[in-house]
Design a protein around this ligand. Structure first.
Ligand SMILES: Nc1ncnc2c1ncn2[C@@H]1O[C@H](COP(=O)(O)OP(=O)(O)OP(=O)(O)O)[C@@H](O)[C@H]1O
Ligand SMILES: [Mg+2]
Ligand SMILES: [Zn+2]
Length: 263
């Protein structure tokens, strides 16, 4: 019989990584012995506790990892809470306020429209929202607009993908990054309609949508994607402007620092 672990390693190109994973699974955590929870002095009261109060750290980590993967947030931004904000402090303060009041935001379907040039911190700020949502046990999706379009296109005539997409767009919080001029050119009436439909449905269901764009103003989005979308967005979202700046020097320094690693 094929066990679940055999199935995991029966995967050609990924076998190496899977073997390592198998080893990890078969070497139980030293703290809990692989049970995933720790029994305290009083033990676990299975009648009253919905779940044991003290999950072992190994289980917490695994659960966080799964949630991070499911959120779609690129690994590069998993540490976004650690970024020391040096610029665009007012914009980050606005994001902080949103995070602090996130229960209300979700309850009333309040979103944000983050606007600003490349490299000003928009994705970093949205990643902080993703991480905060995960901490609060909310379901959250981060997706770039080009990837969303790709998914929408592929899901046409593919029932399974259509179902996946339908599930993704009803998460508690949805963040659509990289809505930009460059993609508009490849866009179409179909794309406009789909984006409009998703955002409209979410508003109808009182679910917040956060849009991030390289456009500088809301008017520019209107020029690019139409009045209809902007009016739905504005009815429940607040624009947050990120100021431009040239961060290339800083990035070059960071490159040198990382390259010099281990010297
Ligand atoms: N205000 C800031 N303070 C400190 N670091 C920042 C700030 N803004 C951006 N950074 C750093 O600059 C890099 C780029 O930031 P980020 O990817 O969030 O920008 P972006 O606005 O999403 O850019 P793009 O439009 O190209 O996607 C990251 O490494 C981030 O940590
Ligand atoms: Mg970005
Ligand atoms: Zn453990």
């Amino acid at each position: 019989m094929t066990t679940a672990i055999d199935w995991l390693i029966d995967d050609g190109a990924r076998a190496q990584a899977a073997l390592k994973f198998k080893e990890q699974i078969q070497t139980p955590c030293e703290i809990c012995g692989g049970k995933g929870y720790i029994v305290g002095d009083e033990g676990i009261d299975y009648d009253t506790a919905a779940r044991p109060a003290d999950w072992c750290v190994c289980r917490r980590k695994l659960s966080l990892l799964i949630r991070l993967m499911e959120s779609g947030l690129p690994r590069e931004f998993w540490q976004a809470e650690k970024v020391k904000v040096r610029r665009n402090k007012p914009a980050f303060a606005e994001i902080r306020r949103y995070i602090d009041k996130m229960e209300n935001a979700v309850k009333h379907g309040l979103g944000l429209i983050m606007l600003g040039e490349n490299g000003v911190g928009k994705t970093t700020a949205s990643a902080q929202i993703v991480l905060a949502a995960i901490r609060r046990n909310m379901s959250v999706l981060y997706i770039t607009f080009p990837n969303l379009i790709h998914l929408i296109r592929k899901s046409q005539g593919d029932e399974w993908l259509a179902e996946v997409l339908a599930d993704l767009v009803v998460r508690d919080v949805m963040i659509i990054d990289e809505l930009g001029k460059e993609y508009k050119r490849t866009g179409s009436a179909f794309v406009d309609t789909e984006l409009d439909r998703i955002v409209r449905n979410r508003r109808g269901d009182i679910r917040p949508t956060i849009i991030i764009s390289n456009y500088e103003t809301v008017d520019d989005i209107e020029d690019g994607y139409g009045k209809s979308l902007v009016s739905v967005l504005l009815s429940r979202s607040k624009p947050v402007q990120f100021a431009p700046g040239d961060y290339r020097d800083e990035q070059a320094k960071e490159f040198d620092r990382l390259l010099g690693d281990g010297e």
